[in-house]
Design a protein around this ligand. Structure first.
Ligand code: ZN
Length: 337
């Protein structure tokens, strides 16, 4: 449904020179198909996104700073040739009505089977603290953007459709995760809960076969334990892939106590989901010193390349273990290239 993503590829400043490839000609088509362009995940680019977000300042929901962040994320995604949409909504919070918006970018595949790769992009509200959230969530946002650039650069259609979703309002407005609200209306995960309701309303929930959540995975001393709430096969597949790539010190087997995150509403709705998070061994969590010196390009690259290497395996798995696929509401949308 898009123009070939090839047309949008720029030559980013920090990238190594591209490998030799067929030149793009507007006048004639090459006789032999050119191989897919190999764009590698670039941790330095992810780092640039972290820097940019921090420059906007603290970024709680319904602030000018978050609006600027949203515009930045949206512009970046569009520049990678992805289709971007906003999922806007208004919610009642302990601080009154707040306008929020999830950002959704799509990489169309051969089927409407959906795999979501996600992060929240709001920072936690503090009245008296300059909280810029370098690891929570600027690093996961930067990583997700860079994953988007790599996926957008590919000329071959993936077997499944990938969606990158940037959630608004993950953080609680009150100090503690469950200080306010109740089970029906918790004071957290506003964006992910809304997005699940949107998937349900569009009859896309059954097609959503895996949800990968990145949250606080940019620490320079990165070590990702296993969140006990996550779907085991999905976690195993990513952990195995990470270790195969040589990152066995990062993808470790200790249990990670998380106690709730944006994957939870998906799990409750029957979507298999995994959270990549370093919470208990990140000493700067929700502190003023969650600053850029705590995150590293290398950590973001480890997670980014592991996710990118895992995606085809996850796609193969969900295709093989397929429940009945429900029809999208506008079938004509997926017909053309
Ligand atoms: Zn947080």
């Amino acid at each position: 449904m898009l123009v070939a993503p090839l047309l949008f590829i720029g030559c980013p400043k920090d990238d190594p020179p591209p490998r030799p490839r067929a030149t793009v000609s507007t006048s004639s088509r090459p006789i032999t198909p050119s191989p897919p362009i190999v764009t590698a995940f670039n941790g330095q680019r992810a780092m640039d996104h972290v820097k940019k977000q921090i420059e906007f300042g603290p970024r709680p929901p319904d602030t000018e700073q978050l609006a600027k962040t949203r515009a930045y994320i949206t512009d970046q995604l569009k520049s990678y040739g992805l289709t971007v949409s906003l999922d806007e909504f208004t919610v009642t919070t302990p601080q009154g009505e707040k306008k929020m918006a999830n950002i959704v970018a799509e990489v169309p595949g051969e089927t409407r089977t959906l795999i979501l790769i996600t992060s929240h992009y709001d920072t936690k509200f503090y009245k008296d603290m300059q909280f810029v959230g370098a690891n929570d969530p600027a690093a996961s946002v930067g990583t997700l953007l860079e994953i988007g650039r790599v996926l957008g650069s590919r000329t071959e259609k993936p077997k499944v459709t990938y969606r990158l979703v940037f959630f608004d309002g993950e953080e609680s407005f009150c100090e503690g995760w469950s200080d306010c609200g109740d089970e029906q209306n918790p004071d957290n995960t506003y964006g992910s809960r809304h997005y699940v309701s949107q998937l349900r309303a569009r009859n896309e929930l059954a097609n959503t076969r895996a949800m990968i959540l990145l949250d606080m995975m940019g620490y320079k001393n990165l070590e990702l334990g296993r969140d006990s709430m996550s779907t085991r096969w999905l976690q195993d597949m990513i952990w195995r892939t990470g270790r195969e790539l040589g990152h066995d010190k990062v993808f470790v087997d200790r249990e990670e106590g998380v106690g709730g995150d944006d994957h939870e509403p998906f799990l409750r709705a029957g979507v298999e989901a995994v959270d990549l998070i370093q919470l208990t061994s990140y000493p700067h969590w929700h502190k003023a010193d969650d600053t850029i010196d705590k995150v590293s390009a290398e950590s973001m690259e480890i997670v980014g390349e592991t996710i990118l290497a895992s995606l085809p395996k996850i796609a193969e798995y969900v295709i093989k273990n397929k429940p009945q696929e429900s029809k999208p509401q506008k079938p004509q949308e997926s017909q053309n290239e």
